[in-house]
Design a protein around this ligand. Structure first.
Ligand code: ZN
Length: 115
């Protein structure tokens, strides 16, 4: 047990080290519960704080449940004086016959909502 004193962020009460924290994460719509994590718990309000080792463990477990993100790299071409991006077949296929798209910018990302 370490001597580091951690005060609860919610109520300021001294927390105690515990090793029975359950952490629930929702990944890809699935609920994943990770049990027996170490950290500290507030003696007053019960708020739990995961320790550094536990955060690593949570990261490791959630990574396994997450689907890999496939990114297709494309060059912007010019057609009729306009800049054009081709939709990769792998992305176009699941879109089916949808023909409308709402486009907007998020920083330097172009977000396309197809409907
Ligand atoms: Zn508290």
């Amino acid at each position: 047990m370490s001597e580091i004193e951690i005060k609860c962020l919610l109520c300021g009460t001294k927390t105690r080290e515990v090793d029975d924290i359950n952490f629930t994460a929702t990944i890809e719509g699935r609920e994943v519960v990770i049990t027996r994590l170490t950290g500290t718990r507030c003696q007053n309000c019960g708020e739990e704080y995961l320790g550094a080792d536990s955060l690593d463990k949570v990261e490791e477990v959630t990574k396994k449940f997450r689907k890999p993100v496939v990114v297709f790299k494309r060059k912007i071409t010019t057609s009729g004086g306009r800049r054009v991006i081709g939709i990769p077949e792998e992305i176009d296929r699941p879109l089916g016959k949808k023909e409308n798209v709402n486009l907007w910018l998020e920083g330097d990302k172009i977000v396309a909502e197809v409907y």
